[in-house]
Design a protein around this ligand. Structure first.
Ligand code: ADE
Length: 264
């Protein structure tokens, strides 16, 4: 086990919240090396010929922000891709379907007035400039994800009409330090933030990437519909969702030669 990694150019970082969300990708790394920094295990190697570093953040925004900061400090990745599961807020999404987040937002940040929560970003600690409510993903990475979506080897989704490939949607992913199992909250997130999916890490990673000027994209596959059945559904569809999200990321790495960073 080594401690301080070399910082090669053009490394792509892949993050997930749970070990199981990144394990499938870790298994596909060649020339593996492991580093432990502050007790967190980072695995480097090559995937589809491209340099990669993989780490799981743990659950929630603080763990995600901490791990992303350590990652940027020690590995200087060229871009960051987050992969994992999410609750579907868009009613057209079923477990196994995928959202490529064009933008992410904290759904629990701002001021709670008597009328409800008014969303507002905090100031960027590095520049003093107000952060936006929505963090935009890098447009080149979004396009790469969409391209990969047309080629990846996905698990099919069972429906009443038979099996189908996952639907892949460019959309809005919202993040908070809560697991959402409430239809009422879903309707609110859809109405007020136009959310397609809800999870617990994406906007925190995006905020660090925005503040440190590292291109990023969040990819999420649906494990539940964030309603009263969410906990049970998550157990049932977790593996399907984790697989579909990581298959898309694996294919992104195969197509990454075409990467050109657009917006951030
Ligand atoms: N991750 C997966 N499902 C979720 C949900 N319903 N709420 C928050 N994070 C999730």
């Amino acid at each position: 086990m080594e401690t301080e990694p070399a910082k090669p150019q053009n490394t792509t970082a892949i993050l997930g919240a749970f070990q199981a969300e990144v394990a499938l990708l870790e298994d596909r790394l060649a020339e593996r090396k492991e580093y432990t920094i502050e007790s967190i295990r980072f695995v480097t190697g090559t995937m589809n010929g491209r340099g990669a570093v993989i780490v799981w953040t743990g659950i929630g925004k603080v763990n995600a922000a901490m791990t992303t900061t350590l990652l940027i400090e020690h590995f200087k990745p060229r871009e960051i891709i987050f992969t994992g599961i999410a609750g579907g807020v868009n009613p057209t999404l079923q477990p196994g379907d995928i959202v490529i987040a064009e933008k992410t937002a904290h759904h629990d940040m701002g001021t709670i007035w008597p009328e409800g929560l008014f969303f507002k970003g905090v100031k960027n600690r590095l520049t003093g400039i107000q952060n936006p409510v929505f963090f935009r993903a890098d447009s080149g990475l979004v396009e790469l994800a969409e391209l990969a979506g047309g080629k990846a080897a996905f698990e099919k989704i069972e429906t009443t009409e038979g099996k189908r490939l996952p639907k892949i949607l460019r959309g809005v992913v919202v993040t908070g330090d809560v697991f959402v199992a409430s239809e009422e909250k879903c309707l609110d997130l859809r109405k007020r933030l136009d959310a397609d999916a809800v999870e617990m890490e994406g906007a925190a990673v995006a905020q660090i990437c925005h503040q440190r000027q590292v291109p990023h994209v969040v990819i999420r596959s649906i494990s539940d519909n964030a309603n009263a059945g969410a906990i049970v559904d998550k157990q049932m569809f977790y593996i399907l969702a984790a697989k579909n999200s990581s298959s898309l990321v694996f294919e992104m790495m195969a197509q990454a030669g075409i990467l050109s960073h657009g917006q951030e």
